[in-house]
Design a protein around this ligand. Structure first.
Ligand code: ATP
Length: 457
């Protein structure tokens, strides 16, 4: 529900996951900054993606290409001509919208698309029939390289990481000695001059993507497409998104991008006002469009000679394209929970708990001396120092222990370790589990093994 996202936005700011960008100057609607815990969470999502997509596979290698590529790349890719959205403006309140988004929202409600924009009410001011004829608007972000703002210097910030992969296809295949089927993966910032950024970090003008281009023999493309849809679906499930919050969305044929034979999105139940599900990741069959167009425009042959079949062909591309920052939002929403925890007076308190998968939790362990005390605190600090070699650890000795547990629950720390007066004699500590709130006594010389078993990498 709407209050869930509000609760997450407020928690994100309060606890240092995500801040409004340039807030002391009033903020910009389109950008957000990642605070101490947000950096760690985003990094963990990125690492999990890299681990499954690159580290654990023999057939995918990594790349980190530039944000600003040669201008010809974007002519060849079709972005200069085709990376456009229909822009309309409400003449009453002067707010701008993407006409296709307005039409989609109408269709979701009425079951059929509107016959014209004049049927629609403005989502901002409510007035009807106030939209201008849509004008095509290019979403590429422009910049000028060099000391003068001349036409020669005009360049673009990449709107996707994919093109950096295609133009390096020969370099990578040769250097890594790979031939189809194989993939190239890349994570990095992309920029789009979005008409309507919004819904927190869901749609921003500057965002991060995790993309992988998988090159296959023509004819095997449909099978590989199915394979990647399943792999990507399983990845989200494995990291804690629940099945009822996910669904596939098959793009209708007539709405496919210029390069695509088939695109299926993995959607998440973000539940923004009005729309239940929204795109989390797009998995497209890009055919041989990309390598062919770059061969044509650059004059460099990007085809492959198949020794077995004694044939030359241009690889087809299956592309799972995910949003890193958008995935962070999905994991934040999914993790958010409220329940009750026993208090010291024998009653219960409401608690907010972020049920992150331990692999994603920004802080893995909190070390808490039972009270601020000249004997307990140094002992606990020493333990925190040891554990920091392996994990992100917080040390906290201020306020009552119950308050400190609540603070850790709210940021999703899987384990709290309490050092108490018994520790001074029995060399053991109490480990509290975030989800069950159960406590267990563990010997200090066993604590690392205990955590290693429960905190997979
Ligand atoms: P949308 O329809 O939401 O604009 P898209 O279909 O244009 O997205 P793709 O080009 O398929 O998106 O990009 C792949 C992924 O990159 C998306 O699934 C999303 O997770 C992420 N992404 C795209 N645009 C943005 C944005 N403006 N802000 C945050 N993430 C984005």
């Amino acid at each position: 529900p709407a209050d869930r996202i509000d609760a997450v936005v407020s928690l994100a700011k309060r606890r240092g996951f995500v801040f409004p960008s340039s807030e002391i100057y009033g903020g910009t609607r389109s950008a957000w900054d990642y605070g101490p815990l947000g950096v760690a969470l985003k990094d963990n999502v990125r690492q999990q993606w890299w681990k499954t997509m690159v580290q654990q596979r023999d057939d995918i290698v990594g790349l980190d290409s530039a944000v600003i590529l040669a201008r010809d790349v974007w002519t060849a890719s079709g972005h200069i001509d085709a990376f456009v959205d229909p822009l309309t403006e409400c003449q009453s309140c002067h707010k701008r919208f993407r006409a296709d988004h307005l039409e989609e929202a109408w269709e979701a409600k009425h079951g059929a698309p509107p016959t014209s924009l004049s049927e629609l009410n403005c989502p901002n001011c409510g007035n009807k029939g106030t939209f201008t004829e849509p004008k095509m608007f290019n979403g590429l972000m422009k910049t000028y390289l060099g000391p003068t703002e001349s036409a020669d210097g005009l360049h673009y910030l990449r709107p996707e990481t994919a093109q950096g992969i295609f133009v390096n296809y020969n370099n990578v295949a040769t250097a890594a000695r790979k031939k189809p089927p194989f993939g190239i993966a890349q994570v990095g910032k992309s920029f789009r001059n979005e008409i309507t950024p919004g819904n927190f970090i869901f749609r921003t003008r500057e965002f991060e993507q995790m993309e992988m281009e998988f090159f296959v023999a023509p004819g095997s493309d449909e099978e590989w497409h199915e394979y990647w849809l399943q792999q990507r679906w399983n990845w989200y499930l494995d990291l804690g998104l629940s099945e009822e919050n996910l669904r596939f969305f098959e793009h209708p044929k007539e709405k496919l991008s210029h390069y695509s034979k088939r695109t299926v999105d993995i959607e998440y139940r973000f539940q923004f006002g009005g729309t239940e599900f929204a795109e989390l990741e797009g998995v497209a069959n890009r055919t041989d469009f990309d390598l062919k167009t770059h061969s044509k425009h650059s004059g460099v042959d990007l085809s492959f000679f198949d020794q077995e079949k004694q044939e030359r062909w241009v690889p087809y591309v299956i592309e799972p394209a995910a949003g890193l920052t958008r995935a962070v939002l999905a994991f934040l929403l999914e993790a958010y929970d409220e329940d009750e925890a026993p208090n010291t007076k024998g009653g219960v308190d409401k608690r907010t708990v972020m049920r992150f998968d331990p692999r994603l939790a920004p802080v893995k362990v909190a070390v808490l001396p039972l009270s601020r005390n000249p004997e307990l605190s140094p002992k606990a600090r020493g333990l925190a120092e040891t554990l920091r070699k392996r994990w992100m650890v917080e040390f906290d000795d201020s306020q009552a222990i119950g308050r400190r547990y609540r603070r850790q629950d709210e940021i999703g720390t899987p384990f709290c370790i309490t050092v108490d007066f018994d520790t001074l004699t029995d060399d053991a500590v109490t480990v509290r589990d975030r989800d069950t709130m159960k406590q267990e006594r563990v010997a200090l010389d066993q604590i690392e093994d205990y955590l290693i078993k429960r905190l997979p990498g």
